[in-house]
Ligand binder design. Structure first.
Ligand code: CA
Length: 228
């Protein structure tokens, strides 16, 4: 049974989410502030985290960044209040995997959680490369650690998965459809646009000049290719 950590300070929302996810068959852990969230995530090693942004003691962005810096490759779904659109970009920078706006549509949350768990499981099963270095970036796939000039970068679960796939098939032209099938697996949510967004995010994090990438290359009319 997958274990889900919910970090949410509003008790009524926490109760609604926990009751719903328990009913759906998940084991639920909870934390009511950011610091407790980090501790439970590190100590309990949940399979997925549902993370509110506005939290006492440490906000959701800091929690997300800290967990990625500690090398936790757990999928993280961020909950944002209405009108926090701009923060979505910040969340992506910090390594979140998905977003939902409050009030949370429970059925959709359930579907997204299951999709993320399937992907994470998929990534776990794939035979991992040990590590790779390119430019000023070092990636330790075993420890889920990505560093650039010695500084840890917060990558989301799927960013690490995509990077691993591209490096593993370095030199090959990878179509969006192939990436979608082999990294995301079968599911209905993502479209090929999802791949483009993830590649752009990886470039922003890993390339010296994201507009003129040297490693994560576009192959016009075809897809992407890792050079390095
Ligand atoms: Ca809150």
């Amino acid at each position: 049974m997958a274990q889900i950590l919910i970090v949410e300070d509003e008790e009524n929302i926490l109760k609604i989410l926990s009751d719903f996810l328990r009913f759906e068959g998940f084991e639920v852990l909870t934390a009511q502030d950011g610091q407790a969230g980090v501790e439970r995530a590190v100590g309990g090693r949940p399979d997925l985290i549902v993370l509110d942004i506005m939290l006492p003691r440490k906000n959701g962005y800091d929690v997300c960044r800290e967990l990625r810096e500690k090398g936790l490759l757990v999928p993280i779904v961020i909950l944002t209040a209405k009108g926090e659109e701009i923060d979505k970009v910040l969340g992506l920078e910090l390594g979140a995997d998905d977003y939902m706006t409050k009030p949370v549509a429970l059925k959709e949350l359930n579907a997204r959680i299951r999709a993320l768990l399937r992907r994470a499981e998929w990534l776990k099963q794939e035979e991992k490369l040990a590590s790779v270095e390119f430019g000023d970036v070092k990636v330790d796939f075993q420890r889920h650690e990505v560093t650039r000039r010695g500084k840890t970068l917060p990558l989301s679960t799927m960013e690490v998965g995509l990077l691993h796939y591209m490096v593993k098939h370095r030199g090959e032209v990878l179509t969006r459809e192939r990436i979608l099938n082999e990294v995301w697996g079968y599911e209905k949510f993502p479209t090929t646009r999802t791949i483009d967004t993830h590649v752009l995010n990886l470039r922003r994090k890993l390339e010296q000049n994201p507009n003129r990438p040297k490693y994560l290359l576009t192959v016009h009319g075809a897809g992407y290719r890792f050079a390095g």
